[in-house]
Write a protein that binds this ligand. Structure first.
Ligand SMILES: Cc1cc2nc3c(=O)[nH]c(=O)nc-3n(C[C@H](O)[C@H](O)[C@H](O)COP(=O)(O)OP(=O)(O)OC[C@H]3O[C@@H](n4cnc5c(N)ncnc54)[C@H](O)[C@@H]3O)c2cc1C
Length: 331
């Protein structure tokens, strides 16, 4: 017994754990051509959310079905802080252009692989030819319409070639260029497509005098891969998933969000159900739209009441729904 616990009595607590998540800790799920997501660690389970909520309501432990109901109530009413009691830490490998979108979600803790300190790997996201689409004419942030097979294959090959050329240049900058031109002040490599070929070899460059990594990286395109450890609480993770699993999000970031959505489903199934019910699959109406819906429904309140009662909503949900619709539960 150490000094902290000496002469004290306390109720020992077990660390909350979720078997389904423990089973996949550390296992990478592959995303895109070279990326992955893997769970490094997590904190909390559904009981932790319920426990936090009950502390605020001053109530004791209840049954499992009450827990599910409480989680749904919290989600429905945007009582978000209990969801912050759960956290997850992921190791992700993702193209830099996806990372740039991901990092906009500011409420996470991030440690990224340092391209100042380390040399980046020769790995670039090159989409499958069939993934290459035309610019959408209706959505400036979207894609729509296929190219011919021949064109998409040529485009994909060009991207691959460009990425390889960039990496070659990166390596040459890092390792020092053993050639320089007639003026003697510009190092160039004769067979590199990025530099002029009117060069003559003079003297080998001294080893170890390549360009600093922090500078050389600037020639790499944004389809190069980066890696990071990313930790976030559940409330902010759900916010990200709502935006990035959505059809408006870019396909490549969705690929990552969809994998993490599966992880959350395994970790916290009742939270996920509630999230779908009240957020991702729910609709919101503007004030004007809601007015129209109410006017239409007011024409036949009896049928509305029957439909609501037949739908399997809980008593609380029914009550709230009738209030929203402006329809009385009974005449
Ligand atoms: C489909 C799509 C298209 C997009 N297009 C663009 C674009 O063209 N250009 C562009 O720049 N971005 C774009 N974004 C990014 C977007 O504007 C948000 O930056 C991103 O989705 C992160 O959302 P967030 O700020 O709510 O999340 P987080 O940063 O995770 O924040 C979560 C919540 O915390 C609160 N919060 C966090 N930080 C602050 C703060 N400093 N002050 C006040 N409240 C805070 C807010 O309530 C916020 O909603 C796009 C996003 C999507 C999904």
């Amino acid at each position: 017994m150490n000094d902290i616990t000496k002469n004290q009595r306390w109720d020992h607590l077990d660390r909350p754990s979720v078997e389904a998540l423990d089973a996949i800790l550390g296992a990478p799920t592959h995303v895109l051509d070279h990326g992955f997501v893997r769970v490094i660690d997590y904190m909390g389970d559904e009981a932790a959310i319920v426990q936090a909520a009950r502390v605020s309501y001053g109530a004791g432990t209840k049954t499992k079905s009450d827990d599910r109901g409480l989680i749904r109530y919290l989600m429905r009413h945007h009582h978000t802080t209990p969801f912050e009691m759960c956290e997850i830490k992921l190791h992700m490998k993702l193209p830099i252009f996806v990372a740039r979108q991901w990092i906009r979600h500011r409420t996470a803790s991030v440690n990224e692989h340092s391209a100042r300190y380390s040399i980046l790997a020769n790995e670039f996201f090159v989409p499958d030819p069939m993934e290459l689409q035309r610019q959408s004419l209706t959505n400036k942030q979207g894609r729509d319409g296929m190219f011919s097979e021949e064109v998409s294959s040529a485009m994909s090959e060009t991207i691959r070639h460009h990425s390889a050329g960039s990496y070659q240049l990166y390596e040459e900058l890092l390792h020092g260029w053993p050639w320089f031109n007639e003026d003697g002040d510009r190092y160039v490599i004769p067979d590199n497509p990025f530099v002029p070929d009117r060069v003559e070899q003079r003297e080998p460059h001294e080893a170890g005098h390549g360009m600093a990594r922090e500078l050389a990286r600037m020639v790499l395109p944004v389809n190069a891969y980066t890696e990071w450890y990313w930790k976030v609480d559940l409330h902010n993770l759900l916010h990200l998933l709502r935006l990035r699993c959505d059809s408006h999000a870019q396909t490549e970031i969705r690929a990552y969000a969809d994998v993490i959505a599966l992880v959350v489903q395994e970790w916290l199934p009742n939270v996920w159900d509630a999230f779908e019910e009240y957020q991702t699959k729910a609709l919101t109406f503007s004030a004007s739209e809601a007015e129209i819906v109410k006017l239409v429904l007011a024409r036949n309140p009896g049928a509305v009441r029957k439909m609501v009662h037949d739908n399997g909503l809980s008593a609380g949900e029914r009550r709230e729904f009738f209030t929203k619709l402006g329809v009385r539960d009974a005449d």
